[in-house]
Ligand binder design. Structure first.
Ligand code: NAD
Length: 507
């Protein structure tokens, strides 16, 4: 944390009650352009009092918003989707500038986010309850899905637009109001989305954006008016958010880190598989929660596969994400790049075979950028730190397994369970894999099986704390609660006369 010269560098605003607000906080963070290493903006690290202001605005907006018919809410979401589409290139550039990923990759992530808004625009249908006539004599019963109140979202740096869009469009469509705290490393796109949502007709206070670190997060987790918290980030913080939020009576879904395995059987098409793994391991510089970071090569698949991956990875064009033709950008920060480099040093010391070393990479004209070239380790053992830890960088490790049994065991012993993939031509092996694997999202010859918006996204084990995944119907369930109404009218000829001292049975 540095106090910046505010005359030179713009400070990112908060968005409270439908307008930009300047922060009163004395603590500031730096937003850097990872391709150049330059500080490009300052971001306020909000105080608990500022979080109170945002929650109060959301609480004031809730009664009118929850009474707004879902169809009208849906129309505002449709206009918001149109505005996101109109502003695609501006948002893509903003994502790339603050995160470092290529503009084309940013565009893909924005598209995935837009699809959640599209899904949420169907909310009148999604909120319909059940109805049964004559559950007893003259008695009918129906269920309703009602919003919770003020919901909060806390998001990571690696998807500045897509991950916030997993949350707030669904919550708001369901009739809740929302306070978003995006990652302080990539704060600007959230603010821009708030402006566009207002332009789409969203009433003031329904969506608010605050910035900050632990102090801001703690204020949200303990605030009595916040009913539910959606979190996406690293596992230790996800666990902390889940425990703290639930201790304070909130509904919490906290998505954590990952170590995603691809199991490659000897019958797989190895060229197709190597191409798929290059994108999955090195796309977005490995900074995706669904990135493949470990390959389990089964039987004799290993040698040829490693050779193909190393050759293809060595040809990847690494440079600033804003430049046309670049395939992989920098890492998010100098500290993170150095940490990832440290893992490559450790892997060598631990005895893994370095098949491709990205440490020497130089990007001409970008000496201060946070670059690291694609790196590949072979003959990695489960006890090595490069296998055990989530590295979150362009480092792929290859382990060997004798057969599918061993491969499934290895994946299932790993404490994470976000995504996994199998590459094979055997339907039987694929079927067994999807049945036995202890992971939330599974790809069959699909390396990054990120579910579409109308399915739900979420991992198992240390990759998710809580019960419900994000978006899809699980997102709707998370942001609503069920009420069941049992009805009888006294005019009914079936209505009983006199008092009842025993437990009523309707049948
Ligand atoms: P992070 O856990 O450092 O930060 C996530 C959020 O938590 C940020 O908004 C941050 O401000 C806040 N935070 C950080 N430290 C905190 C603390 N001590 N107390 C309270 N709040 C705190 O994660 P990151 O580095 O921004 O993102 C990368 C991580 O996110 C990786 O582990 C990645 O796997 C994970 N991720 C998971 C998914 C998923 O769907 N499971 C998706 C994207 C990213």
């Amino acid at each position: 944390m540095t106090i910046l010269n505010s005359e030179r560098i713009a400070t990112v605003s908060l968005w409270i009650d439908g307008r930009k607000a300047a922060s009163r906080s004395s603590r500031m963070g730096e937003v850097t352009n990872p391709a150049t290493g330059e500080v490009i903006r300052a971001v306020p690290l909000c105080t608990a009092a500022e979080i109170n202001d945002a929650v109060a605005a959301a609480a004031r907006a809730f009664p009118a918003w929850r009474q707004t018919p879902p169809l009208r809410r849906a129309r505002i979401l449709t206009r918001f989707r149109e505005l996101l589409e109109t502003h695609r290139s501006e948002l893509d550039r903003l994502i790339s500038e603050e995160h470092g990923k290529t503009v084309a990759d940013a565009a893909g992530s924005l598209q995935r986010g837009i699809e959640v808004v599209e899904f949420a625009s169907g909310v009148p249908h999604l909120l319909k309850g059940e109805h049964a006539e004559d559950v007893g004599r003259g008695i009918d019963c129906h269920s309703m899905s009602q919003p919770l109140g003020v919901c909060a979202g806390i998001t990571p740096f690696n998807f500045p637009v897509m991950v916030p869009l997993w949350m707030f469009p669904v919550a708001i469509a369901c009739g809740n109001t929302f306070v978003l705290k995006p990652s302080e490393k990539v704060p600007s796109a959230s603010l821009r989305m708030a402006e566009l949502f207002k332009e789409a007709g969203l009433p003031d206070g329904v969506f608010n954006v605050v910035h900050g670190d632990k102090e801001a997060v703690d204020a949200l987790l303990t605030h009595p008016e916040v009913r539910a918290v959606s979190f996406v980030g690293s596992t230790p913080i996800a666990k902390y958010v889940y425990e703290t939020g639930t201790r304070h009576g909130k509904r919490v879904q906290a998505l954590g880190g990952a170590k995603n395995h691809a199991v490659v059987l000897p019958d797989a098409d190895l060229d197709f598989t190597a191409d798929a793994l290059i994108g999955a391991a090195y796309g977005s510089a490995g900074e995706r929660c669904m990135a493949i970071s470990a390959v389990v090569a089964v039987g004799d698949a290993g040698d040829a596969l490693v050779q193909k991956i190393a050759a293809k990875a060595a040809r990847l064009k690494v440079g600033p994400g804003s430049e046309h033709g670049i395939e992989m950008g920098p890492l998010i920060s100098r500290a993170h790049r150095d940490k990832v480099k440290g893992y490559v040093d450790a892997g060598e010391k631990e005895g893994a075979k370095l098949a491709l070393d990205g440490r020497g990479l130089q990007v001409a004209g970008h000496d201060n950028g946070f670059f690291l070239g694609p790196t590949l380790f072979d003959h990695v053992k489960p006890e090595m730190s490069i296998y055990k830890d989530e590295i979150f960088g362009p480092v792929l490790v290859v382990l060997r397994a004798a057969d599918l049994d061993q491969a499934i065991n290895l994946v299932n012993r790993n404490p994470y369970g976000n995504g996994t993939a199998i590459f094979t031509r055997s339907g039987g092996a694929a079927r067994r894999f999807q049945n036995e694997i202890q992971v939330g999202m599974v790809g069959i010859n699909v390396p990054i099986p990120v579910p579409m918006a109308f399915f739900s996204f979420g991992g198992w084990k240390n990759s998710l704390f809580g019960d419900l995944h994000v978006h899809g119907m699980e997102g709707v369930y998370f942001y609503t609660r069920t009420k069941v109404v049992t009805t009888r009218w006294p005019e009914s000829p079936e209505a009983p006369k006199g008092g009842h001292m025993v437990m009523p049975t309707h049948g």
